[in-house]
Ligand binder design. Structure first.
Ligand code: NAP
Length: 283
């Protein structure tokens, strides 16, 4: 029976550490601040933004929300980002994606000052990750690494397979595993013999966006399985990219959905914002 990696517990530990450090900073007269921009009325985005706000309050950050109407123009959005770039009380800026149709996400991300880009989506931060000299790591892959570390799961020399090559999860995930000396294979929708490749993985990360895609026959006996996916099953219940019930009988450790990678993402956002604050204040 596999170890169930408890993302709620690891994320609570990370947030507690951030809370303690924030308390110390506040005593020195510095309070980390995060600005979250949300455009339009997407219900999922609203839930994410509310959760981020709650997390900020719990760790003692200043949290500012900018809820803009669906009719917001690209220029208005860019203008807000520029204003926040120059706002000393704000250390991190996050624009909740996806944006409504007609708005250019890429341009908005590139307008955020790399120093305040706590999502680590800006090309400057992406480039820094490539060369291994980063200030911020994208929150979801960083959360996965934190969980592996917290459960003393070594990466060095292991065969690591990432399913998915998105800019926010798959690609940076592969880079972080590589930085820890894993031997990394990235797979995607055009990969041939996917099952053959995943079956050889010591560490398998699924970031696909397809409910229960990874089945037990795709997993090596004793592998560590990390499920980044957040999907709805046929009954509308939240589930991952991994068929948890069958895979947990075969692997040595697995993250559940919910309660695995999800909570880590927000915890790492708090960690990045704290770091941004310290860097901007030369602390
Ligand atoms: P994405 O941009 O849609 O990327 C999905 C990736 O999966 C693509 O690279 C795609 O390949 C690959 N893929 C699709 N079908 C495949 C198949 N049949 N075989 C192999 N690869 C396949 O998604 P994302 O943003 O990376 O997110 C992935 C999942 O993680 C989603 O469920 C999302 O909701 C979840 N997520 C969770 C968190 C969290 O905090 N837990 C954060 C972010 C995302 P191609 O490139 O060839 O199209």
């Amino acid at each position: 029976m596999a170890i169930i990696i408890d993302g709620k517990k690891v994320s609570a530990d990370v947030k507690e550490q951030v809370r303690i450090e924030t308390e110390n900073l506040v005593r020195q007269g510095v309070q980390p601040g995060l600005a979250v921009i949300i455009v339009g009325n997407d219900p999922a985005s609203r839930v994410y933004v509310n959760n981020k706000k709650k997390a900020c309050e719990a760790v003692g950050f200043l949290s500012r929300e900018y809820a803009l109407p669906e009719t917001t123009t690209q220029e208005e959005l860019l203008e807000l980002v520029r204003r926040l770039n120059g706002d000393k009380s704000i250390n991190g800026i996050l624009c909740q994606l996806p944006l409504p149709k007609g708005l250019d996400e890429k341009q908005v991300i590139e307008e955020i000052s790399p120093m305040k880009d706590v999502d680590a989506f800006h090309a400057v931060n992406v480039g820094k990750i490539m060369i291994g000299e980063y200030d911020f790591l994208p929150c979801t892959p960083a959360g996965v690494m934190e969980m592996l570390n917290s459960y003393d799961i070594p990466v060095e020399g292991k065969s690591c397979v990432v399913i998915g090559r998105s800019n926010i999860v798959g690609k940076p995930m592969a880079m972080l595993l590589l930085h820890k000396n894993g031997t990394v294979t990235i797979t995607h929708s055009r990969t041939k013999n996917l099952k053959e490749i995943t079956s050889a993985a010591d560490i398998l990360v699924a970031a696909i966006g397809k409910a229960k895609f990874v089945t037990a026959d795709m997993v090596k006996e004793g592998a560590v399985v990390i499920d980044v996916g957040m999907n709805r099953d046929e009954n509308g219940k939240l589930c991952g990219d991994v068929d948890f019930e069958s895979v947990k009988e075969k692997c040595s450790a697995i993250t559940p959905v919910p309660g695995g990678v999800g909570p880590m993402t927000i915890a790492m956002l708090m960690k990045n914002t704290l770091k941004a604050c310290k860097l901007q204040n030369n602390l």
